[in-house]
Ligand binder design. Structure first.
Ligand code: HEM
Length: 441
């Protein structure tokens, strides 16, 4: 039995007795701060749900259970919908510990006892199209190097002027319509999609088709059909690019990796699929949630408008506060290990909850408050360790570009209706996000 020993910026040891948790739905409560102030103080206490993912008290906030678990049961055993038992890791230090430890924890989901959280995992674990998200060293290191270069900080810096043009054009299209306009379908979803299509060298006439394929994700059979159509499309795209390569990621992968035999065609398809599918939803959601948080915090928004150079801090706070992707950081235990006093046995699955870690009050003062002025502090929105998001420079650049352009060009942007009319993603099995929000200016 060994204690996990990977390097971790912070670690904690407190363990308290079992506890109960407050949860209630109330549309007037808009932030976790409101929920905490108004509900926890009223002592409306229910038992912690025994099924994960937990319901969200307000659709734009992580489940309130995370707060109580961090304080009282930081390593918590819970069932998934299919009955599988998994461990939840909720504190910042412990989440780092798990994500930074490739010796005890695996990301290969094809292991028979890796508990599946959703059908998305079934698609990801398709043997033929194994993705980076489903690999351990050494295969993982080789694959990661192939893509890393394409999304490096220097490449993204070079690409920024082109990114700015894409965002400007999309904003022109938005402004040319009569408000109120649905910000999600008319702008936020198009930004990350058009940018990744451009990077991959995909012709403009195919953009709408690809957006429609990526949006189908409600039912397993529809998702599988959409996935198959996407695969067929990618195969045709590769065939075309082999004939007439351009100066884009796919062409470079064909010339530098496929032709010399460093990867085979199936591996190339997997890489393209991952880049296409990873891009859209979380960035769209962060653009919308970021706008909402800034509109809700007028003083902070006013200061940002006066001093756009604080944009880096704003983007980091949006990432911390809303996290973006909160279910993909799960792992299978490969060797017995003890975390924060709890033994996790070989073969057990755990979720290292970055959305909970990002609200850890031991690390972030007043952690449930959206505050663009908080001191710089590493957050876990992009994960940690060898699987840390490969596209983080791209994501940061996009968010920066979008917020600067919007607040320069549309200083009067506001919600057209009340915040209660925003259609948030209300399915607690999915990440926090926005489906529809009407804006005007
Ligand atoms: C707001 C947007 C995004 C967020 C919050 C995000 C978050 C994450 C997180 C938390 C991980 C770590 C997973 C783990 O440890 O198990 C990850 C990995 C990854 N992300 Fe992102 N991601 C975002 C956008 C993207 C985009 C746009 C792409 C591709 C174009 C992408 C590609 C990847 C890849 C390939 C990995 C796996 C890296 C590896 O295993 O080495 N992500 N991402």
């Amino acid at each position: 039995m060994s204690e996990s020993n990977s390097k971790c910026p912070i670690s904690f040891t407190v363990v308290s007795p079992h506890g109960t948790i407050a949860t209630a739905s109330n549309p007037e409560l808009h932030t976790r701060q409101d929920i905490n102030d108004k509900q926890l103080n009223q002592n409306e206490r229910l038992l912690i749900s025994s099924v994960f993912p937990f319901q969200r008290s307000f659709p734009s906030e992580p489940p309130i259970e995370y707060n109580r678990l961090r304080a009282e049961q930081p390593i918590y055993r819970v069932a998934l919908m299919n009955g599988d038992q998994v461990w939840l890791i909720t504190r910042f230090g412990d989440v780092c510990l798990v994500l930074g430890d490739d010796e005890h924890f695996s990301k290969v989901q094809n292991h028979s006892n890796f508990s599946k959280q959703s059908y998305q995992d079934i698609i990801d674990t398709d043997e033929e199209h194994a993705s980076l998200l489903n690999m351990d060293p050494t295969k993982h290191i080789i694959y990661r190097e192939i893509i890393e270069n394409e999304l490096s900080i220097d490449r993204i810096k070079e690409y920024e002027p082109r990114m700015k043009n894409i965002v400007d054009d999309l904003l022109n299209e938005l402004i040319n319509q009569n408000p109120p306009i649905d910000f999600v379908s008319q702008f936020a979803i198009k930004v990350p999609s058009f940018i990744i299509y451009d990077l991959l060298g995909i012709n403009k006439i195919d953009h709408e088709f690809l957006i429609s394929r990526n949006r189908i994700n409600n039912k397993l059979d529809e998702a599988q059909t959409a996935n198959k159509e996407l695969l067929d499309y990618i195969n045709r795209l590769i065939a075309n690019k082999k004939q007439t390569p351009g100066s884009d990621i796919i062409s470079r992968l064909i010339i530098e990796q496929l032709r010399p035999g460093r990867i085979n065609e199936k591996e190339l398809v997997s890489i393209i699929l991952l880049l296409l599918q990873g891009a859209n939803e979380p960035i769209k959601n962060l653009i919308c949630l970021g706008i909402i948080s800034l509109l809700q915090n007028h003083e902070q928004l006013d200061q940002l408008r006066e001093n756009l150079s604080s944009i880096d801090a704003v983007v980091e706070e949006i990432l911390r506060y809303h996290t973006g992707l909160s279910f993909i950081t799960h792992r299978l235990t490969m060797k017995d290990v003890k975390i924060n006093g709890q033994i996790i046995k070989t073969g057990e699955t755990l979720f290292a909850l970055n959305a909970s870690a990002n609200r850890d009050e031991q690390v972030f003062t007043d952690s449930d408050r959206f505050d663009i002025f908080r001191p710089p502090q590493h957050h876990l929105s992009f994960g940690y360790g060898t699987h840390q998001c490969i596209a983080m420079h791209l994501v940061r650049a996009q968010l920066k570009t979008v917020f600067i352009i919007i607040f320069q060009r549309l200083p009067n942007l506001k919600l057209a209706r009340s915040i209660d009319d925003i259609q948030f993603i209300n399915d607690h099995n999915k990440d926090i996000g926005v489906q529809k929000m009407l804006v005007t200016w």
